[in-house]
Write a protein that binds this ligand. Structure first.
Ligand code: DAT
Ligand code: MG
Length: 150
């Protein structure tokens, strides 16, 4: 259960604004292990797969254009409650509704430029990790994990 994984990405606006380190820091200091880390220029094919559940939405074309406007910092976090806590740390999809202290509330104003992505279920995380890291992941141990968990 401490091995749960989530796919997190800093979107192009977050990369342009220099927020990669700050966002990564929040997940690291919370205790999550960074399992993979890569700057990606996503193809339209990758993004269409990633957001396939939104293909029918009116904002889908602009969402894909936005996600292709620059590199995305893609990473995988691992730890207890990674998916749910990841979503909580991101905040509500619309930054106008995000709780203070969340990434979207602290760094964004517009739903179309909401800085970050996080998987919304364990199944989605597995699918997204496979899409963004087709090379696979290699796990490793950290001494701190024996201190973090009871
Ligand atoms: P989330 O990213 O919180 O999982 P989602 O999966 O419903 O939200 O949507 C994916 C992204 O699409 C979201 O981060 C921003 C964009 N988006 C969602 N709803 C939108 C809307 N009504 N108008 C414009 N962009 C939207
Ligand atoms: Mg989503």
């Amino acid at each position: 259960a401490n091995e749960e994984r989530s796919f997190i990405a800093v979107k192009p606006d977050g990369v342009q604004r220099g927020l990669v380190g700050e966002i990564l820091r929040r997940f690291e200091t919370r205790g999550f292990k960074i399992l993979a880390l890569q700057l990606v220029h996503p193809s339209k094919e990758l993004l269409s797969e990633h957001y396939s559940d939104l293909a029918g939405k009116a904002f889908f074309p602009s969402l894909l254009a936005y996600m292709q406007s620059g590199p995305v910092a893609a990473f995988v976090i691992q730890g207890k409650g990674a998916v749910k806590i990841g979503r909580v740390m991101l905040g509500a999809t619309n930054p106008q509704d995000s709780a203070p202290g969340t990434i979207r509330a602290d760094f964004a104003l517009d739903i179309g430029k909401n800085v970050c992505h996080g998987s919304d279920s364990v199944e989605a995380a597995e699918r997204e990790i496979g899409l963004w890291f087709p090379q696979g992941l290699k796990s490793y141990t950290r001494a701190v994990d024996t201190v973090l968990y009871e």
